[in-house]
Design a protein around this ligand. Structure first.
Ligand SMILES: *Cc1c(COP(=O)(O)O)cnc(C)c1O
Length: 436
């Protein structure tokens, strides 16, 4: 078996092995890494595989075989899937809910972040300079990445987040970690944070001292494990009904939904995939008209999906030639803030479901689908726990939302951050002076 290689979507750099693709994050030509070929499965391939971690090892072995990480894959999967990802029934008999929010920071990004952290840990060679992971965040990603590295104290993590633009609970979750995970509160916006990370990678006075890697959402090591919960839940549905599972997925940068599209491509029993977006129109316009028109980002109640130019789009276009868009079994619908509010209230009043604003976009799409496709069953993907967005959710429900235990113990830890200016110079100083 020759090891899987990973190509850039732009095809202007050489194919690389798995570990290199993980360390690089972005390919050197600016493209995104994709596997040079996809393994194919049938549902029967998983007959003897039940648990999430076990399905993960089986599904991901073709990507790991022959790489330095091959023998570590079972341990990596155990770390990433250490919490339950249940497919729950709901009072609407045509709907099941895939709950992705039982991880340490109560959102689906925990899965990818923990898988990535584990891959980086097991890829270490004796004598390597310690790694420093840089991550710019508008809220959710940074917490997930921090939580993922708690168990790996020899790796430094630096989180940059925009001052005054994250909620109180989000800020807490960014700043409550042991000393190898440091949080920098940047006097600027999210774009400044992203720019500072990019500039740090290009600054020799930093890169000569620190071995940098990034943990943003385009990392192949975050995408691969996300396929696992689509495989497991579609297999469960297949075993129960003999049919293919249709999904409604809240989408922003397309990382979570692309994993579902890849899983279907590999032969998992998945039917229609409906993307639910907030008011940002790029995806719904594309699926309705074929025109790809990235634009400015609009701020919405589903803030983790505030994306004007989804970074995983190159991977989508690489898989689906634009000519036969209607055959994709894919759609996208846009849900405005007023509809998100209405959907949160409706799900509670009719079904006693407490939804976060992101998951509420999926419930709204389900309500529209009920008119267009009344016979279809749907799996709704719940991307975050509502307690993370209590300021939006609680007034609409009329009661307070119980905080899950893991998240609540995190909210009791002390916090620390360092305020810095939105310049490379202040970031460099903070990063180098305090790093061990
Ligand atoms: C990141 C995030 C999303 C969007 O996922 P993408 O992979 O960017 O499409 C949706 N909901 C929540 C809660 C998130 O944190």
């Amino acid at each position: 078996m020759t090891a899987m290689r990973f190509l850039s979507t732009r095809r202007k750099t050489q194919a690389v092995g798995l570990v290199r693709a993980i360390h690089d994050g972005l390919a050197p030509d600016g493209g995104l890494y994709i596997p040079e070929s996809f393994p194919r499965f049938t549902p029967a391939c998983f007959d003897r595989h039940e648990s999430m971690a076990d399905i993960g090892v089986h599904l991901l072995t073709p990507f790991f075989e022959g790489s330095e990480l091959e023998s570590a894959l079972p341990k990596i999967c155990n770390h990433a899937f250490a919490f339950p990802i249940p497919l729950r029934a709901c009072p609407d008999p045509q709907v099941k809910i895939l709950e992705l929010f039982h991880g340490p920071t109560a959102a689906f990004k925990d899965v990818g972040a923990r898988f990535l952290a584990s891959c980086l840990e097991y890829a270490k060679q004796p004598g390597d300079t310690p790694l420093t992971v840089l991550v710019a965040t508008s809220g959710d990603t940074g917490g997930a990445v921090a939580g993922a590295f708690v168990d790996y104290p020899s790796t430094q993590v630096a989180i940059l987040y925009p001052a005054g633009m994250v909620s109180a609970r989000q800020e807490h979750q960014l700043c409550c970690w042991p000393p190898h995970i440091r949080s920098f509160k940047v006097g600027g916006n999210f774009d400044d944070c992203q720019r500072m990370v990019k500039e740090a990678f290009a600054d020799p006075s930093i890169t000569q001292k620190l071995r940098l890697t990034s943990a943003n959402s385009i990392s192949i090591a975050r995408l691969l494990p996300q396929m696992v919960y689509y495989a497991a839940s579609s297999l469960q549905y297949w075993r129960e009904t003999g049919g293919t599972a249709n999904y409604i997925i809240p989408a922003g940068n397309l990382g979570n939904s692309l994993a579902c599209i890849w899983a279907r491509h590999m032969g998992l029993p998945i039917g229609h995939i409906a993307l639910a977006t907030n008011a940002n129109p790029v995806l719904s316009t594309y699926f309705q008209t074929g025109v790809w028109q990235p634009g400015q980002t609009t701020a919405t109640l589903a803030s983790a999906m505030d994306v004007g130019n989804p970074s995983n789009a190159e991977r989508l276009f690489d898989l689906l030639p634009a000519a036969n868009r209607s055959d994709f079994r894919l759609s996208a619908s846009r849900v405005k803030d007023s509809q998100i509010r209405d959907s949160i209230a409706d799900a509670w009043q009719r079904l006693q479901l407490e939804l976060c604003p992101h998951t509420a976009t999926a419930w709204q799409v389900r309500r529209w689908m009920d008119q267009d496709q009344p016979d279809r069953d749907w799996i709704l993907v719940a991307t975050a726990h509502p307690a993370k967005f209590e300021q939006i959710v609680e007034p609409l429900l009329g009661h307070s939302v119980a905080i899950p235990p893991a998240f609540s113990s995190l909210l009791q830890r002390p916090v620390a951050w360092l305020e810095i200016k939105p310049t490379l110079e202040s970031f460099r100083k903070a990063l180098l002076e305090e790093s061990v």
